[in-house]
Design a protein around this ligand. Sequence first.
Ligand SMILES: [Zn+2]
Ligand SMILES: [Zn+2]
Length: 300
Amino acid sequence: MVEITILGTASMVPTKERNVQAFYLEYDGEGMLFDCGEGTQRQMNVAGISRAKVRRIFITHWHGDHVAGLVGLVQTIGNSGYEGTLHVYGPRETKRRFGALMDATIFESKFPIEVEELSPKDELVVVENDRYQVTCIPADHGIPCLAYAWQEKEKVRVDMAACKRLGISQGPLIGRLQRGEAVEVAGKRVAPQDVTYRVAGKRVVFIPDTQPHPNLVRIARFADLLVCESTFSDEEDEKSREFRHMTARKAAHVAADAEAKRLLLTHFSQRYPVVSHLVEQAREVFPGAEAAFDLMKITL
Ligand SMILES: [Zn+2]
Ligand SMILES: [Zn+2]
């Protein structure tokens, strides 16, 4: 089960209702943060998320609304008796900028922090283990900027009814079949595919500040959940071009072209206290589009 908490949905500045950007994803007790705008720590408090669970932070780009909360969060994690390494990933210049942020305050790092700079040409694997994979791809925001996808690995499930029919009741035998080995039962060979089936893993995609680009559809392909920037409404389309952002309608086109299952719009300009018209415009293209709101939780 993967749980996503939307920690901020504002663009540039926090408003009374919206904090700036951060998304928290938890899987098997491991916390991953995508961006860390100012106030992210407090949002985590309100959402009931333990900061010491954060093992990886993925930065989309170095505009302040996405990173200004890093100093406080990293210091708190450092003071929490955190064991292990904190991994920070981001686009080109991340090492220098992260180092400068950490140098700006007096802080003794009590735990190892590994910073990795990513400069993908195409979709690039950032993290891979036997449970999940994280990839990134360049977005188009006029500065180094990345979209990320978190992909759960496919799971092998056991069809217990089929096991029963074939007379397999022992746990070790079932375990071997689940690992892809054939076994022998009462003189008969049972192949893994006779009693197991595969379940596709969930895919969660974060598209940050960007103007439309084919890369966005590539990384969002078949997403179970696509969280996508949608700074402006149709009426401000010219501004969206000028500042290399998207309208809600353009975000919906990405979701539709990528055949995403669910679209959450975010990164709303402060000019919209209410975003229902952005949702309506997006729904003309992607009928299920929804507006993300602060502290929204989604379980997949
Ligand atoms: Zn932004
Ligand atoms: Zn930006």
